[in-house]
Write a protein that binds this ligand. Structure first.
Ligand SMILES: [Zn+2]
Ligand SMILES: [Zn+2]
Ligand SMILES: [Zn+2]
Length: 287
């Protein structure tokens, strides 16, 4: 079930009122979102699956793990580092990024981080990483070799070099000349972040939008939203639930992501309502 609540206006935080003018810009074309990956955690095709979608030769049915690149005039912000991060950035001819922000620390969103080793040399400093405390804790555990006493003895590029910046839901932060609003989303029993920049929001890995987050998603021109499969799932919206969210928020355009092998791109798009599309790897939007 999609979470719904009455009287959202009463909950409208002063923060949103304060920042509302920032969300009223038109689509300037100066900012771009590149879908690096649009697949679910197993990717599509799935290992060992011979279904029609997994065997499809349509590139839009070949989905790497979910991530987007936000390209601003002042630089690039990578959201999540999937196991295919290196290949995704090579495909888009992006050699390094100015910063990384995390939605959460599940394997399909984090484990490509080691491939960010060359970035500090190109940036001239450690890679700025924007995340919640729980994500930093996981990064320090999973990549513990990068945080040991002896790690400074490794040559440049030998280990990830990161500098953490704490972010939290409902608290905007400035980066690369942009105002970015993290938004709390529920992903089963996990708490994750979506991100809003101007009139675009990226909301992956979500099965419930908490009451306080609905007002932060009003007035969108572009919504990117999790829609895993047809049947309900404990930690992701299914297609029906994602469409209910679209009905309630009424963004101008919606792109579904974190897609499983249940969705053939063309077949599914042919039954979606106007303004709602499936994202695919390499799709680029201006906003
Ligand atoms: Zn995921
Ligand atoms: Zn399959
Ligand atoms: Zn997840």
């Amino acid at each position: 079930m999609v979470n719904s609540s009455q009287g959202n206006d009463a909950l409208l935080p002063t923060l949103l009122m304060e920042f509302r003018p920032l969300f009223e810009g038109s689509l300037t074309g100066q900012r771009k979102l590149v879908f690096l990956g649009t697949g679910t955690s197993s990717g599509v095709p799935m290992l060992g699956c011979n279904c029609e979608v997994c065997c499809s030769t349509d590139p839009k049915n070949q989905r790497t793990r979910p991530s987007v690149l936000l390209r601003f005039p002042d630089g690039d912000l990578l959201i999540d580092t999937t196991p295919e991060m290196r290949l995704q950035l090579l495909r888009e001819r992006v050699g390094f990024v100015q910063a990384i922000a995390y939605t959460h620390s599940h394997v399909d969103h984090l484990y490509g981080l080691d491939d960010a080793r060359p970035f500090p040399k190109l940036l001239g400093k450690p890679v700025p990483v924007y995340c919640e405390e729980a994500v930093e804790t996981d990064i320090r555990r999973v990549f513990s070799y990068a945080f040991q006493e002896s790690s400074h003895r490794f040559p440049p590029g030998g280990l990830p070099q990161l500098e953490f910046y704490r972010i939290g839901p409902g608290q905007t932060f400035s980066l690369l000349g942009q105002t970015i609003l993290p938004i709390r989303l529920e992903h089963g029993r996990f708490q994750v972040l979506g991100f809003r920049v101007g009139n675009l929001a990226y909301c992956t890995d979500v099965s419930k939008i908490p009451d306080e987050s609905w007002p932060l998603l009003e007035g969108l021109k572009v919504l990117v939203l999790d829609a895993l499969r047809h049947e309900p799932h404990p930690t992701h919206f299914n297609l029906e639930q994602a469409l209910e969210v679209v009905k309630r928020l009424r963004p101008e355009r919606t792109y579904f992501t974190h897609l499983s092998h249940q969705f053939d791109h063309n077949v599914t798009e042919s039954v979606l309502p106007p303004g709602v599309r499936l994202a695919y790897d390499g799709l680029t939007l201006e906003f």
